[in-house]
Design a protein around this ligand. Structure first.
Ligand SMILES: Nc1ncnc2c1ncn2[C@@H]1O[C@H](COP(=O)(O)OP(=O)(O)OP(=O)(O)O)[C@@H](O)[C@H]1O
Ligand SMILES: [Mg+2]
Length: 404
C-alpha cells in the first residue's frame, strides 16, 4: 500500500522496522530508516553489531533458532521484518508471515534465495533464465556423475553457505578428487544438508550486480525496475574487492543483465531491493548466478554514485514510498577494507588522514567490535570524473588504510 505519512519514533504509534542481522549493510538501512523517522530495532548474534549503533533497541539472539526469532518479532511487532543475512531460521519467517507479519521481500523468496539448489531450479527451470551448466548431487557417487555431466573444470558448492564457504574447484575427471571435493563442500555447509550443486566453471569477463527493486506504484500496483548495473571484480584471496558504476560494457550486455534482474525479482515477488548477481563470460554469455533479496555488498558504491543508495531504495520500497529510478550522478568506485588480524578488540583504523586528503574520497567504518581474519571492516568510496579516476582514487586511499 502507498504510504502517505511518516511518524515519530518511540512515541504514539510509530512505523517500526526490525532488522534480522545488523552488519554493515544493515547499518546503512538503519541510517536511512532513521532519516525518515522510523523506529529501528536491530537483532544479531553478537552485541554492538554495526547497525546496533544506530538503532533504538537491540537484541542478541541465535537467529537460526526458530523460537528465538519468533519471540523477538512478537515482542516488537514491527511493520516490517527485514532479513539482512542468510543465516536466519526461515521456518520462523514462514510462520511469522502466515500470522500476518510482513517479511521482506517475502518468506518464500528468502527461503529460495538462501538455497543454491532451490534457487537454481527456480531460476533455470521455472523462469528459464540462462545459467551455467549444472547438476545436483547428494552423495559422493552422485557427485562423480554430476561432474561428468557438467564437464571440467567445475565447481562444487554446498546448497547452503555464504561468502564462498565450501566451494571447491574440480579440475579433472578423477573420482577420488571429486569425492574429496564433495566431502569438503558438505563439511563447510551451513546446516546438515548433504546436497550440493555442481556448476560449470566459466571464464569470467566480468561480473555485475543488478540492483533490482520492487516498490509500490501510484495505484498501489507493484513496479519492478533496476539501477544501472554495478560492475565488480575480485582480486587475490579476498572475496569481494572493487565495484564501480557506471559500467561501460556494451549496451546489449547491460540490457540482458537488467532483464535477468527484472525477471528474478518479479519471480520472487514482494517489496524491496534484490542484489542480482550476473556473469559475463569470456565467450559472451550473460548468465544469472544468484540473488540476495536485500542490499548487496557490491552495491555500497551506490552511496557515492546514485541519487538514492541501494539502502535508501530498500527502505523506501519496504515502507510503500515511491522509488523514482535513481540516476547515476557521477562515476564512482568502492573498495572494501579487510583485516588479516584475528581477534583484535576495538581495532583502530589507521591511515585515514592521508586517505581522506584525496578529494572525492570517503570512508565508512563499520564499527565492528572485534576482528577475525578476512573480516570486512570498512569501505572506501571514491568519486571521479571517470570510472578509472574513481578506481584509482579508491585504490590509492585504500593503500593508506591499516586495521590494527
Ligand atoms: N560457475 C562459476 N564459474 C566461475 N566462477 C564462479 C562460478 N561460480 C562462482 N564463481 C565466482 O565465485 C564468486 C562467488 O560465487 P557465489 O556468488 O556463488 O558464492 P557466494 O558464497 O554467494 O559468495 P558471495 O557472498 O561473495 O556472493 C562469484 O562471484 C564468481 O566470481
Ligand atoms: Mg555471490
Amino acid at each position: 500500500m502507498r504510504r502517505e505519512y511518516l511518524t515519530t519514533p518511540m512515541f504514539g504509534k510509530p512505523i517500526k522496522i526490525l532488522l534480522l542481522g545488523g552488519g554493515e549493510l544493515g547499518k546503512e538501512v538503519a541510517i536511512e530508516a532513521q532519516r525518515l523517522g522510523v523506529e529501528v530495532v536491530v537483532v544479531d548474534r553478537y552485541d554492538w553489531a554495526p547497525a546496533m549503533h544506530v538503532a533504538h533497541r537491540r537484541y542478541v539472539i541465535d537467529m537460526l533458532n526458530r523460537n528465538a526469532v519468533k519471540a523477538v518479532v512478537e515482542r516488537e511487532s514491527p511493520d516490517a521484518v527485514i532479513p539482512e543475512i542468510e543465516a536466519i531460521s526461515y521456518e520462523a519467517l514462514e510462520e511469522l508471515e502466515a500470522r500476518g507479519y510482513f517479511v521482506v521481500p517475502n518468506a518464500k523468496a528468502v527461503r529460495i534465495a538462501m538455497n543454491r539448489v532451490e534457487l537454481r531450479k527456480f531460476a533455470a527451470e521455472v523462469l528459464g533464465l540462462p545459467t551455467t551448466k549444472y547438476a545436483f548431487a547428494e552423495n559422493p557417487d552422485e557427485a562423480v556423475e554430476a561432474c561428468e555431466k557438467v564437464g571440467y573444470p567445475c565447481l562444487i558448492k554446498p546448497e547452503m553457505s555464504s561468502s564462498g564457504h565450501g566451494h571447491v574447484k574440480v579440475l579433472e575427471p578423477r573420482a577420488s578428487s571429486v569425492k574429496e571435493a564433495y566431502s569438503y563442500a558438505v563439511a563447510h555447509a551451513r546446516g546438515k544438508s548433504r546436497r550440493v550443486i555442481v556448476e560449470e566453471f566459466v571464464n569470467l569477463e566480468t561480473e555485475f550486480t543488478v540492483l533490482t527493486y520492487r516498490h509500490v506504484g501510484d495505484s498501489n500496483n507493484v513496479v519492478t525496475d533496476t539501477c544501472e548495473p554495478v560492475e565488480h571484480w575480485r582480486y587475490g584471496k579476498y572475496h569481494y574487492i572493487e565495484s564501480w558504476q557506471p559500467s561501460k560494457r556494451p549496451g546489449e550486455v547491460l540490457e540482458k543483465a537488467r532483464e535477468i534482474g527484472i525477471r528474478i525479482a518479479e519471480g520472487l515477488g514482494g517489496l524491496g531491493i534484490f542484489g542480482v548477481e550476473v556473469f559475463l563470460t569470456r565467450d559472451g554469455r550473460v548468465l544469472f548466478s544468484e540473488v540476495a533479496p536485500r542490499p548487496h555488498d557490491t552495491g555500497m558504491v551506490t552511496m557515492a554514485s546514485q541519487e538514492l543508495s541501494e539502502f535508501a531504495i530498500h527502505v523506501r520500497a519496504v515502507l510503500g514510498l515511491p522509488v523514482p529510478k535513481p540516476r547515476v550522478l557521477t562515476p564512482a568506485a568502492s573498495l572494501a577494507i579487510y583485516t588479516d588480524n584475528d581477534g583484535v578488540w576495538a581495532p583502530r583504523i589507521g591511515g585515514v588522514y592521508e586517505a581522506l586528503k584525496i578529494s572525492g574520497v570517503d570512508i565508512r567504518v563499520f564499527g565492528k567490535p572485534f576482528t577475525y581474519r578476512d573480516r570486512r571492516m570498512a569501505v572506501v568510496l571514491a568519486r571521479g570524473s571517470t570510472v578509472e579516476e574513481a578506481l584509482e582514487k579508491a585504490r590509492r586511499a585504500a593503500s593508506y588504510i591499516v586495521v590494527e
